[in-house]
Design a protein around this ligand. Structure first.
Ligand code: CS2
Ligand code: MG
Length: 402
C-alpha cells in the first residue's frame, strides 16, 4: 500500500481549520487536524511545502517510522508548528490503518477501558447570576463536569467570557484585540463564583476553572488555597509553564488539583511537571502534541506518576481532532476528563462525524477509523478568514500573558 496524494485543506466554517487528507493507492483515505489558532497558514505551508512531498510513495502502515522520520529528519525539533504538522500526518495514518482493519481506532489502541468519555463544557456569564444560570443549563444537558468563568467587576473583558453574553470564541477577525487585565480584581472576586456555585448546586458536579496563565506562583498558591473549600476538579494553567520549577511553590501551599499543558508540544515539555508530580492532569492533546503516537507516550509516562489526562478540546481544534481524541480517551487507562466546547453548526456539517453525546459522556462511535471525514465541496464554500487571539495588557499598559 502506498500514499498517492497528500492535500492540505484550509477552511473557515465558523472558524479556521487546517486539515491534511492522505489518499492511498487502494482508494482509502484518512484525515488529520493541523489547526494552530491564529497561525494556521504557517502549519499549512509546513505541510504543503515540506511534508506532503515526502509522504507520497510511502507505506501508510509504517506510522512509527514516518513519525520518527518527520521528527528526527527535520533536525529542527519540536515547537507548535512542527508538532501540529506531524500530528496531522499521524492522525491521518491511524485513520487509514483503522479503516483498512475495518475497526474503530480505539480497538487498535487496545480497546475500550470505559463505557463513555466524561466531557466538560464551559458555563460562562458576564456576572455570577448569569454564570449560575448557564451552569444549570449544562447540568440539565447531563454534563457531570462544568468549567465556570465569569466577568469581574471593573474589568471590561475577561478570558473565557464573551462580552455579548453569547457563546465564547477567543479569536476575533482582523488584528489581535487588546484586552485589559488586573490580577488584584480577579483574585479578590473569583472565589465568590465557586462559593456561589457550591451554595446553589452542591458538591455533586465536577467544577473546573481556567486561570489561563495569568498569575505568579505565589498568587496561584493563594488562589488554590482560597478555593479549597469548594473542591475544584482542577485549577487550570494558574501560571505560564515555561519555568516549570515554579510549580513546586504552588504545590507546597495547596491541595487544589492542577491541570497544565494545552500549549505543550512534546513529552519534553511535560517531563518535570509529571516526574515531580507537580500537576494532576496533563492537558496536551493530539493536534499540538504530535498525534496519537506521541500523546500515548505522554499518557503512559504520566500514568507512572499518578497524573491523568485532561485533553484540550476547544472549538479551535477541528472536529477531526475531537473524533480522534475520543478514541484515545476511550482507551487511555489513566483518563481524567475531555474538554468539549462544541462547534458552530457549519463546522459540524463540513466534518461529518460518528461521535455521540449521552448524559455527560461522549462516545467516538463504531465507524472504522477515527470516524470523522471532511466534505471538501462544502469546505470550499468557506474560505480562510484571518482571525487572531487577543493580547492582554495590565491597567498601566504593560503587555502581559493573555
Ligand atoms: C483554552 C482555550 O480551552 C481552553 O482551556 O485555554 O480557550 C484557549 O484559549 C484556546 O484554545 C486558544 O486557541
Ligand atoms: Mg485552557
Amino acid at each position: 500500500m502506498k500514499i498517492v496524494r497528500a492535500d492540505v485543506i484550509v477552511t473557515c466554517p465558523g472558524r479556521n481549520f487546517v486539515t491534511l487528507k492522505l489518499v492511498t493507492d487502494d482508494g482509502v483515505h484518512g484525515i488529520g487536524d493541523a489547526t494552530l489558532n491564529g497561525r494556521e497558514l504557517a502549519v499549512a505551508s509546513y505541510l504543503r511545502d515540506h511534508v506532503c512531498p515526502l509522504l507520497v510513495g510511502r507505506d501508510p502502515h509504517r506510522i512509527e517510522d514516518i513519525w520518527q522520520y518527520l521528527y528526527k529528519g527535520a533536525y529542527w525539533r519540536r515547537g507548535p508548528v512542527t508538532m501540529s504538522a506531524i500530528a496531522a500526518v499521524d492522525m491521518a495514518l491511524w485513520d487509514i490503518k483503522a479503516k483498512v482493519a475495518g475497526l474503530p481506532l480505539y480497538q487498535l489502541l487496545g480497546g475500550a477501558s470505559r463505557d463513555g468519555v466524561m466531557v466538560y463544557s464551559h458555563a460562562t456569564g458576564r456576572d455570577i447570576p448569569e454564570t449560575l444560570d448557564r451552569y444549570a443549563a449544562y447540568q440539565e444537558k447531563g454534563f457531570k463536569a462544568i468549567r465556570v468563568q465569569c466577568g469581574v467587576p471593573g474589568m471590561e473583558s475577561v478570558y473565557g467570557v464573551s462580552k455579548g453574553g453569547d457563546s465564547y470564541e477567543p479569536a476575533t477577525k482582523g488584528w489581535p484585540e487588546e484586552q485589559g487585565w488586573s490580577t488584584e480584581k480577579y483574585l479578590n472576586y473569583v472565589p465568590k463564583l465557586f462559593e456561589a456555585v457550591r451554595a446553589k448546586y452542591g458538591f455533586d458536579g465536577h467544577l473546573l476553572h481556567d486561570v489561563h496563565h495569568r498569575l505568579t506562583p505565589i498568587e496561584a498558591a493563594r488562589l488554590g488555597k482560597a478555593v479549597e473549600p469548594y473542591a475544584l476538579f482542577w485549577m487550570e494553567d494558574p501560571v505560564a509553564a515555561e519555568n516549570q520549577e515554579a510549580y513546586r511553590l504552588i504545590r507546597q501551599h495547596t491541595t487544589t488539583p492542577i491541570a497544565v499543558g494545552e500549549v505543550f508540544n512534546s513529552i519534553w515539555d511535560c517531563k518535570l511537571l509529571i516526574e515531580e508530580q507537580l500537576i494532576d492532569y496533563i492537558r496536551a492533546t493530539l493536534t499540538h502534541a504530535g498525534g496519537i503516537t506521541h500523546l500515548r507516550r505522554i499518557a503512559d509516562f504520566a500514568a507512572l506518576h499518578h497524573v491523568r489526562t485532561g485533553c484540550h478540546g476547544p472549538s479551535d481544534l477541528s472536529p477531526a481532532c475531537m473524533g480522534a481524541a475520543l478514541h484515545f480517551d476511550l482507551w487511555v487507562p489513566n483518563f481524567g476528563v475531555q474538554e468539549y466546547m462544541g462547534y458552530p453548526e457549519p463546522a459540524l456539517e463540513v466534518f461529518p462525524h460518528a461521535w455521540s453525546f449521552t448524559d455527560g459522556y461522549m462516545h467516538p462511535g463504531e465507524a472504522p477509523g477515527h470516524g470523522v471525514d471532511i466534505d471538501e465541496k462544502l469546505a470550499a464554500r468557506f474560505p480562510y478568514d484571518p482571525a487572531y487571539l487577543p493580547v492582554a495588557r495590565l491597567e498601566d499598559g504593560t503587555l502581559t500573558s493573555w
